[in-house]
Design a protein around this ligand. Structure first.
Ligand code: UDP
Ligand code: MG
Length: 134
């Protein structure tokens, strides 16, 4: 069964939305495989967002992700990478539809509550990075 890496970002914990996010995935029938709470250090945050290293928002993004605790998780289910991306909603706030996590709880581009892997390759990379090889 396919696995994906999901992370509740610092704004999600600050806003007490971790339970709501987990509830949505559990209600959908997905299986929680791994979970831990930690404040990522710079090295981990930079590795996680390595694909964005050259983007103008990279520095601010790393500062944001290291600003407080996150909840890192591995979820399993059929087509779980695409399915969770659909449930998370679009990156651009105006395109995040109501009914999605971002579309229901945030209107910000950076503080958008949650990360989800966007492809099988990034899921493998991120699961290895956060949880070791699994
Ligand atoms: N982000 C940002 N400014 C931008 C684009 C993205 O601050 O112009 C942040 C935002 O938190 C986003 C993360 O960088 O979730 C990673 O961007 P990506 O395009 O991969 O979006 P995602 O995959 O999270 O939807
Ligand atoms: Mg992304």
């Amino acid at each position: 069964m396919e696995k994906t890496f999901i992370m509740v970002k610092p704004d999600g914990l600050e806003r007490r939305l971790t339970g709501e996010i987990i509830r949505r995935f559990e209600n959908r029938g997905l299986i929680l495989q791994e979970m831990k709470m930690l404040t990522p250090d710079r090295t981990l945050a930079e590795a996680h967002y390595a694909v964005h290293r050259e983007r103008p928002f990279f520095g601010e993004l790393v500062s944001f992700i290291t600003s407080g605790p996150v909840v890192a998780m591995v979820w399993e289910g059929p087509d779980v990478i695409k399915l969770t991306r659909t449930m998370i909603g679009a990156t651009k706030p105006a395109e995040a539809l109501p009914g999605t996590i971002r579309g229901d709880y945030t209107a910000e581009l950076q503080k958008n509550l949650i990360h989800g892997s966007d492809s099988p390759e990034s899921a493998q990379y991120e699961i290895d990075l956060w949880f070791g090889s699994k």
